[in-house]
Design a protein around this ligand. Structure first.
Ligand SMILES: [Zn+2]
Length: 252
C-alpha cells in the first residue's frame, strides 16, 4: 500500500499541483489529495481549477509507469461540451477535494470498522468477505457467518451508535509486517489483505480502546463526527455469508 497524500494530511482539501500528462478527458498531476478508492471504498470526487476554467473530477485512476505511479484525474464532463484543458497553459492548477463527499464516505467507512469490531467480538472472530462504501451514505459488509439469528446482527446498531456518542479518537498507526503478523485480528478481510507500504509496514486504523485493523481508506478523526448509524437490511448470501446493509443519516 502506498502512503497517499490524504493519509499524511487527512484535512487537506485544497492545494496547488502541476499537470504532468494529459489525455482526452483526464490529466495526471504531480501530487493529489484525492483518495483513489479501493478495498470497497469509492474514490474521492472534486474539481481542478485550470487557467481556462474549472472541471469536475469524477474519479482517479492510478497507472503504473517505469517512472512511478501516474495519478490520472478523470473529468466528470469529459463527454460533454467542455473542452479538454488547453495544452498551452502553464500546467499549474488548484486541486479541490469535495469535503462533503469525503466526510460521508469516511464517516460510513469508520462506522464499518466499529460494526466489524462488534461482529468480530460477538461471533468468535468472524471475518469480512466483502465490503462496499458508497458516496451516497450507504454501504454494506459481508461476513463469514452461518446459522445465526439475524436479529443478533440487527441489534449491533445500538452499540455502534453508542460508540458515536462516546466520541472515541480515530487515528492511523504504522507497524512492521512482523508485528502485524504476530498480532491476531489485525487483518479482518478474507479476500483483501492490504499490501504493506514500500518500507514493509502496515497501516492500521486505531479506534481508541475499541479496535485496530489494517486499512488504507479514509476515516474520521473522532467517532463523534459521525451521524447516526442505521442497519437497513440483512441478507443471507449463501450458507456462510451474511450481508449487512447500512446507512448514515446526514442532515441535508
Ligand atoms: Zn478503513
Amino acid at each position: 500500500m502506498a502512503i497517499y497524500l490524504c493519509h499524511d494530511q487527512p484535512d487537506l482539501y485544497e492545494h496547488e499541483a502541476t499537470v504532468v500528462a494529459r489525455r482526452p478527458g483526464a490529466v495526471a498531476l504531480d501530487r493529489s489529495a484525492f483518495h483513489p478508492g479501493g478495498g470497497g471504498q469509492v474514490c474521492d470526487v472534486g474539481s481542478i481549477e485550470f487557467s481556462d476554467g474549472v472541471r469536475r473530477v469524477r474519479a482517479v485512476e492510478i497507472e503504473s509507469t517505469p517512472d512511478g505511479d501516474r495519478w490520472w484525474h478523470l473529468f466528470a464532463d469529459a463527454d460533454g461540451d467542455a473542452p479538454d484543458p488547453a495544452a498551452s497553459d502553464d500546467g499549474e492548477v488548484v486541486v479541490r477535494v469535495d469535503a462533503e463527499h469525503r466526510l460521508r464516505v469516511a464517516s460510513l467507512h469508520t462506522m464499518s470498522h466499529v460494526l466489524n469490531a462488534f461482529v468480530f467480538d460477538e461471533f468468535a472472530g468472524s471475518l469480512v468477505t466483502g465490503a462496499q462504501i458508497n458516496g451516497d451514505g450507504t454501504g454494506r459488509m459481508d461476513f463469514d457467518l452461518s446459522a445465526i439469528d439475524n436479529d443478533r446482527l440487527r441489534a449491533l446498531a445500538a452499540p455502534v451508535n453508542d460508540v458515536i456518542d462516546r466520541g472515541l479518537a480515530v487515528g492511523a498507526v504504522y507497524v512492521s509486517a512482523e508485528e502485524a503478523a504476530s498480532t491476531p485480528g489485525l487483518v479482518r478481510s478474507l479476500s483483501v489483505a492490504p499490501p504493506p507500504t514500500p518500507d514493509g509496514r502496515l497501516r492500521l486504523i486505531d479506534i481508541e480502546g475499541l479496535d485496530r485493523q489494517a486499512c488504507g481508506g479514509t476515516h474520521l478523526s473522532n467517532t463523534a463526527q459521525s451521524p447516526r448509524f442505521e442497519i437497513t437490511k440483512i441478507e443471507n448470501k449463501g450458507k456462510h455469508n451474511r450481508r449487512i446493509r447500512f446507512a448514515s443519516t446526514f442532515p441535508m
